[in-house]
Ligand binder design. Structure first.
Ligand code: GLN
Length: 546
């Protein structure tokens, strides 16, 4: 039977609960304890797929096609598991399920209430994941902050679980913030005390309190939190801000959290081995020569919108022993001014996913710059559409080339709706989602990067390469290096006469892991690092860099 760890957040949002969950997963896994994770999101959307990235940050996609919170990406990267739909639960899903059951007559004669009907539905989701994953420990993050109205049914369900599974099989971890007062130069514990009181009012006494803080936490503060919040002194875990998220598991281990969880839950672990994480963090902290990459996107003001892309770049950069210097370029600025000088110092250009027309022409300009100046380019989903539009404008000699997403009446629709999606009006969950196979062409850069075929990567899109243009673009120098097994869908394309210009219809960023960078990102950085940086000296003829 699986055991459960519930992680709640107090005081403020964005306190680092997701990374704490992911890191607890890492330190348990390092003891050969199998883990999985689940995120509870209190909003009424069925999934974040219909939300703007400005509202929500990145939409992470699981292999089985669930559109989820970006925290699932952190769970996957830290625990090194492929999660499924069961790991993402929203109030929208719970309520639509309960109401569908009511309409079907499943509760005939009854009054449908938050307790027990909604809470039972929530608990079923906990148990479903436990059964499917067979994990020793299921770690569940309750989204939002304790005290939010929307989060109450989730907390109530978490409370009820204690009696169902027994005290030794459940653990409550509360992550709070200790604000720092500049005037008195001290960390304050009162907000933590209040948020623990709020949790207790709901019936949950935390077993462990993780205290996020930008400053070191003194013994005195730990003692105070222990006394006022009624947790053991060793269960007050300092979570001081660190320079890289990948250090958090090491910090938590150092503070004894792993042993504490093992003892409290009576788990039977092996000796912890975090040597790979230690190596990774050592590498991150070693000064390395930077590679300058421009990310040209629509939502760059909110960097969380590209969370997995940034992580995948990091993984690839570390693989090549370099440091990432990422320049965030709002595509609209390239579009409005037409001035691409911001791209001049960069060694690689990445155009990530996105929706809608805003900023598209700026991305096309970036692709033109990459093609003409032989700068490595990686296009992800929308970034592939952009690369195809740009190349087709050049090859067909017409500015009118476009995707029907941006101009429904374009004369040259090189990117168009999937034939079976024509007429699709419903927006939620109707894209091509999740893993699909792709066969790679021998000798292509994509095949070189992956070193195997077929590959499986995750999708999230409506529009596709229009096969009517395949031959014409091929003649002009476009290579279709990845196709669906039936040959109908272009999954990866490359520009032949270019050092490394490649784009994929899928999102390779979702499968990248620290220590195992996604092959396309690895290939892209491998090419970018060879581009001479502005002001750098060309290598001497006998240099090993050649
Ligand atoms: N807007 C494009 C489509 O729907 C690309 C989507 C994406 O980049 N994820 O096909």
């Amino acid at each position: 039977m699986s055991k459960y760890i519930f992680v709640t957040g107090g005081v403020v949002s964005s306190v680092g609960k997701g990374i704490t969950v992911a890191s607890i997963g890492t330190i348990l896994k390092s003891r050969q304890i199998s883990v999985t994770a689940q995120k509870l999101d209190p909003y009424l959307n069925v999934d974040p797929g219909t939300m703007s990235p400005y509202q929500h940050g990145e939409v992470f996609v699981t292999q089985d096609g669930a559109e989820t919170d970006l925290d699932l990406g952190n769970y996957e990267r830290f625990i090194d598991v492929n999660l499924t739909t069961e790991s993402s639960v929203t109030s929208g899903q719970i309520y639509s399920e309960v109401i569908a059951k009511e309409r079907r007559g499943d509760f005939l004669g009854g009054t449908i209430q938050v307790v027990p009907h909604v809470t039972t539905e929530i608990k079923d989701r906990f148990k479903r994941l436990a059964e499917k994953s067979k994990a020793d420990v299921v770690i569940i993050e309750v989204g939002g902050t304790v005290g939010d109205i929307e989060g109450l049914p989730f907390l109530e369900a978490a409370r009820q679980m204690r009696n169902e599974v027994g005290r030794d099989n459940i653990l409550y971890v509360h992550v709070t913030l200790l604000p720092y007062l500049n005037s008195t130069k001290e960390l304050k514990t009162k907000p933590t005390q209040h948020s623990v009181n709020e949790l207790r009012r709901i019936g949950i006494q935390p077993d462990i309190i993780a205290c996020r803080s930008d400053y070191p936490i003194s013994e005195e503060i730990r003692n105070k939190i222990s006394l006022f919040c009624d947790v053991e002194r060793k269960a007050v875990i300092p979570l001081t801000t660190v320079s890289t998220i990948y250090e958090v598991p090491l910090v938590l281990e150092e503070e004894g959290l792993g042993q504490l969880i093992v003892d409290k839950m009576k788990l039977k672990p092996q000796k912890p081995d975090l040597s790979q994480w230690q190596e990774l963090v050592n590498l991150i902290k070693t000064p390395r020569e930077p590679v300058k990459i421009a990310l040209v996107g629509k939502y760059v003001e909110l960097q969380d919108a590209y969370f997995s892309v940034r992580e995948a770049l990091q993984h690839a950069i570390l693989h090549h022993g370099r440091d990432l210097e990422l320049i965030w370029v709002p595509s609209e600025t390239l579009e409005n001014s037409g001035d691409v000088s911001v791209l001049r110092p960069v060694q690689g250009i990445i155009v990530p996913g996105g929706f809608g027309i805003r900023g598209i022409e700026g991305m096309v300009r970036a692709a033109t710059y990459a093609r003409e100046n032989k700068i490595p380019y990686l296009g992800l989903c929308l970034g592939m559409h952009v690369m195809v539009i740009e190349f087709a404008r050049y090859a067909l000699g017409s500015k009118e080339v476009n995707s029907t997403e941006f101009n429904a009446d374009t004369r040259y629709p090189v990117i168009d709706f999937l034939p079976d999606q024509k007429g699709q009006k419903i927006k939620g969950g109707t894209m091509r989602l999740g893993n699909y196979p792709c066969e790679l062409a021998n000798g292509s850069r994509a095949a070189q990067a992956y070193g195997q075929s077929p590959i499986y990567e995750r999708h999230r899109h409506r529009y596709e390469f229009n096969n009517e243009y395949r031959q014409r673009l091929e003649k002009a120098g476009m290579v279709y290096s990845g196709l669906s097994p039936d040959g109908r869908l272009v999954e990866v394309c490359e520009i032949a006469d270019h050092p490394w210009m490649l784009a994929s219809q899928f999102h390779p960023e979702f499968t990248s892991r620290p220590g195992h960078p996604n092959p396309l990102f690895r290939g892209f950085i491998g090419a970018a690092k060879n581009v001479l940086r502005e002001g750098a000296q060309p290598p001497l003829p006998l240099s090993s860099n050649l």
